[in-house]
Design a protein. Sequence first.
Lengths: 476, 476
Amino acid sequence: MTTEPSSGNREFHHTERTSAEELEEFALGEDYQLNPRFVDMVVDAAEADDAPRLTRLMDALRPADIADLIGFVPADHRDTLVRVLSPEQFSEVLPELDEQIREELLDAFSPARLAQAVSGLDSDDAAAIVEDLDEERRDAVLAAMPAPERAAVETSLAYPEDTAGRLMQREVVAAPEFWTVGQAIDHLRAAPEELPELFFDIYVVDPAYRPVGAVAVSGLLRYPRGTTLSELAQPVTDFSVDQDQEEVAYAFEKYRLISAPVVDEAGRLVGQITVDDIVGVLQEENQEDILALAGVGDEGRDATTWGSTRARLPWLSVNLLTGLLSATVISGFSGSIEKLVALAVLMPIVASIGGNAGTQALTVTVRALALRELNASNAFRLVRRELRVALINGAVLASLSAVAAGLWFSDWNLGAVVAMAIVLNLLAAGAAGALVPLTLGRLKQDPAVSSGVFVTAVTDVVGFFVFLGLATLILL
Amino acid sequence: MTTEPSSGNREFHHTERTSAEELEEFALGEDYQLNPRFVDMVVDAAEADDAPRLTRLMDALRPADIADLIGFVPADHRDTLVRVLSPEQFSEVLPELDEQIREELLDAFSPARLAQAVSGLDSDDAAAIVEDLDEERRDAVLAAMPAPERAAVETSLAYPEDTAGRLMQREVVAAPEFWTVGQAIDHLRAAPEELPELFFDIYVVDPAYRPVGAVAVSGLLRYPRGTTLSELAQPVTDFSVDQDQEEVAYAFEKYRLISAPVVDEAGRLVGQITVDDIVGVLQEENQEDILALAGVGDEGRDATTWGSTRARLPWLSVNLLTGLLSATVISGFSGSIEKLVALAVLMPIVASIGGNAGTQALTVTVRALALRELNASNAFRLVRRELRVALINGAVLASLSAVAAGLWFSDWNLGAVVAMAIVLNLLAAGAAGALVPLTLGRLKQDPAVSSGVFVTAVTDVVGFFVFLGLATLILL
């Protein structure tokens, strides 16, 4: 056997293959981020409108990376990239795209093409895409979908957003209790095309189709064919279609669930939620909390200038109002400031340290509430701890600033006033930081939203009032 | 067959069962949180040292709920609760406990009892518990463990913290490419006790034991017994033992992985990571980010007063220093303030709005970095957008505050100065909020840590300087 004749060919194939692999390695860094130089190559190809080059570059990427790439290139090149995707790539990239980018891109596609793209997806992914379309286009896309897929998406959309019903996929594997492992396996093999793309549990159902347990798929492989499912079934945590997705995510995390059945009002199995959907929900909730704490509303990745402005202006306006409140407090002590201008110099320190301490206490409390580590059993302990922390931090910071102020202005009474004001303001900060979110939580409001502005309003007003008031009493 | 004779018995069983179920329903609210009244019942039983009552109450709970309960009761009752747990319960509750509480509790247990408890766990869970012990006790516990479990834990502990090697479990299922579905299933059934408790993928390995693909367990059930694994294998994302867990978590989220193989330096399969471990890592990273943004260091759920103080005092001290910097700026304009005390009244508004806008921009940037939505390709676009947002928000807030200040002090020039200062400070806030975390990120520092204090230092100094400077130039 000679290798010579085909070696040219092999060499070519080899190079082709290696370079595709090399391209993939070049495209993604160690940390799974797109290499900016790879993004530049794509932008160049898009500018040259070089479809074959774009195809070659994007074929090196997985759907989630293509979605990232579309986010990284300037907005006017996104259409070009999407146009060269194969129908399969297009379908797989869609659920991975940032919502805002997806909405912009989809305007360019016909309902028929969209219908084809979403029909290949699990019902939860398909519904998530269809729900964002405006009503007219949504109806057109649904009308162009095959009947079973349309029915699945329509059922999904009938549940309110952020519920288990919306989150679940309808594709699910169920078996009666009296079946054996062998029967279950044979049944699965008989109609593989009806199975979900991926599943982790078989739900054991009673005659009314209510889930009474779950058998892990790996369990089916571990036990002899004659074992009945009822012997293997483990207790199952089920969710009702109208449950809030945040609660579902919390239960998944707490009980380390991989998949769980969803039941309707009558307790009948209607779908399942899998942990990969939950990871998305958890990240979403965390994102909402962290932005809300900073006083930023709903602002997506590719928010336009206008979107960002709308997300931020409301809290800045409230901040202006609370600023005017502080200004009113200061204005009440104008006479004192005229007599001793050092008060104007030092007063922002007292307010600022209070504001930061309040934000610390607030954040810790909001997190504990989000992680459900706090309730009536230990809320009082938390407030006490915050006050003790405020006393210790206050003692340290008050001493430091008393010395600084005393040396600076050669006035030890002024130093003492700064010290007292800092301790009192830190106590106010600790109390407000713990009590404001606890109270909002008890009123069934999201404690992450709006707590910040209340707490800093308290520490500003208390800081200025206590410092200027004590100074007026003691120094003037 | 008469049912009469046994009906008393059945009635009793029924009641027993119902009341246990009712107890469970009572213990956990709709939102999977422990009912404070249930916690009170447990505290009562612990105070009465009533072991049977405690056992009955805790038997209604799952391990994760028992761990929560231990967190909710006052510290001096925790030992009592743990003492009544069965060995199985104790073993299952351990990995669910908050780290700090676990450390405190474990001091009371003999190395032999601990060794028994951790031997029943997957190697990753066992290692996570053993690593927290002090060296002497760690050695004693390891010595008391059966040899195979000890070896697994020791190997795990040999990898640095927060790496894939530490996160993985060594229990894994692998098969050669040429096996058929039938062979794989028969092999699994032959030695079920050697299988991981739960698994989702079978890794297909080459003769050097390098993973070349994965077959989902549900795939084994979907295809005929004669299919070879190489036909079914899907490409696999593998991780090396020394990879950072944060990168692993990011890849799991991005590619929606359920489980993934971990390989050693030679590329050989040595373990696997499953998505339930990743959920914990993601929550940990989010928690770190959110606390770091608020200037809180590592502060756990049950931080003592002293722990919380240590976590917060450093940033408050830095805040005191930046506060002194602002005070120095103000002090440079003492003369102006003496002439026009309204400046002291209004200056905190300018600084405070700037600080809030800076925190908003900062938080959005830190999140985009954490979600890897930002790199050299679009960083410049982000900075430009922040400046545009600052201009629009600045225009709105400046007009409002100019009117407020003008009316209040009947001085429209003063209003104009406030307006200009706010616009300039918002521009500084937008630039600092975007550039500080981007720069820290480029320097391979965590952008969530310490960004906040830099950004507010900028907005304070710029705010006071611009407002007082313009006022001195224009009004005096």
